[in-house]
Design a binder for this molecule. Structure first.
Ligand code: F6P
Length: 367
């Protein structure tokens, strides 16, 4: 029986457990054995009981559970070749030659590097006497399939990452809560949301809650934004009778010179220029925890099933796939194509070519 490993890596995201559950059950359904690797790549490097066979009933009730029940880590040892050598040995000893990795672009790139190195790693293990030719012979090819798990929705080539809609829901609930207290005191609130270098959570939250102003990394405000922001907020309060002001700021927000725009700077502007009683609320890790929303439950399930299909169908010379969703269809995309498109957008932003970055994002959305 073929043995398929599954691990979660990088920042946890609601829906990761649903993905693991689907991979485990689809593997068993396909007459394979499923192995969970605990604590991300750390488990692969350390071996022992950090790599364990998982049965159908072990993942019962996992669909709704937040975080990742098999643990995650940002593994330093797997970034070194020596760590990957140990990981390869642990896998061969357990007869695992296929890995489904659920994580962000860094974690998925790591998996692809591992696949490319695999034959060389096996040769080295035989050469230094750690494994025999007979042991490695049946496992000459490593299959890797990626699932994008991240609240940030920062991966190109897919409309949604596993976890982003749960996080967005949580942010909207939090903004609604703040709304009540802001209304009572006629206050202004600057609400900082996660997303690393991506503004998707902030943008979608602003639209979903009817915020007054928004800052995201991809579209820095034009110079003189302080006046623009103050004038729209004044209009909303004085002419349109709004009792509350909500400004949403992505944690990666920046101006056109790539200087960080912080929540406290915005608060000071609202306080000093408009005399607005303003508070800052940083939502922090509450955005990452909690139960998966319905969207993330079905997305992780359908993508987990597709990941196992891809494991069984990917030929040795084909590029590693990542499972995506585009226009509501579950698809396979070459993993490194998605990663390099993601990096291209980021590099345009870093080069301050915001129009090109947006054109690329736009093209990707229309694709
Ligand atoms: O990538 C998910 C994320 O939650 C980002 O939004 C945030 O910038 C980062 O992880 C926080 O990382 P940590 O949990 O390591 O502080």
């Amino acid at each position: 029986r073929r043995r398929i490993g599954v691990l979660t890596s990088g920042g946890d995201a609601p829906g990761m457990n649903g993905a693991v559950r689907a991979v485990v059950r689809m593997a068993i359904h396909s007459d394979c054995e499923a192995y969970a690797v605990f604590e991300g790549y750390e488990g692969l490097v350390h071996g022992g009981d950090m790599i364990r066979q998982i049965h159908w009933e072990d993942v019962r009730g996992w669909l709704s559970r937040g975080g990742t029940l098999i643990g995650s880590a940002r593994s330093a040892s797997f970034r070194e070749r020596a760590g990957r050598l140990r990981a390869a040995k642990n896998m061969v000893l357990r007869g695992i030659d296929a890995l489904v990795v659920c994580g962000g672009d860094g974690s998925l790139t790591g998996a692809d590097v591992f696949r490319a190195e695999w034959p060389g790693l096996l040769k080295e293990l035989v050469a230094n006497g750690e494994l025999t030719e007979a042991q490695v012979q049946p496992y000459q090819v490593l299959n890797i399939v990626g699932l994008v798990g991240s609240i940030d929705n920062d991966m190109s080539g897919t409309d949604a990452t596993i976890g982003c809609y749960s996080s967005l829901t949580r942010i909207c609930d939090a903004v609604d809560d703040v709304f009540d207290t802001a209304f009572s005191h006629q206050r202004g609130f600057v609400i900082e949301v996660m997303g690393r270098h991506c503004g998707w959570l902030a943008l979608m939250a602003a639209i979903s809650t009817g915020a007054d102003w928004l800052f995201i990394p991809e579209i820095p405000p034009r110079d003189g934004w302080e006046d623009d922001m103050c004038s729209i907020i004044t209009k909303n309060r004085k002419e349109r009778g709004k009792r509350i002001t909500i400004v949403i700021v992505a944690e990666g927000a920046q101006d056109r010179q790539l200087n960080k725009i912080s929540s406290s700077t915005i608060k000071d502007i609202l306080t000093e220029r408009l005399g607005l009683d303003t508070r800052v609320t940083v939502l922090g890790h509450t955005q990452r925890g909690g139960a998966a929303c319905a969207y993330d439950r079905w997305l992780s399930t359908l993508q987990g099933v597709e990941a196992v299909r891809a494991v069984l169908e990917t030929t040795p010379d084909a590029p590693s796939p990542v499972i995506t969703i585009r226009e509501n269809k579950i698809m396979r995309t070459p993993l490194m194509e998605a990663v390099s498109l993601t990096k291209e957008v980021t590099s345009y932003i870093q080069a301050k070519d915001f129009d090109k970055a947006m054109t690329l994002r736009d093209a990707e959305f229309k694709e």
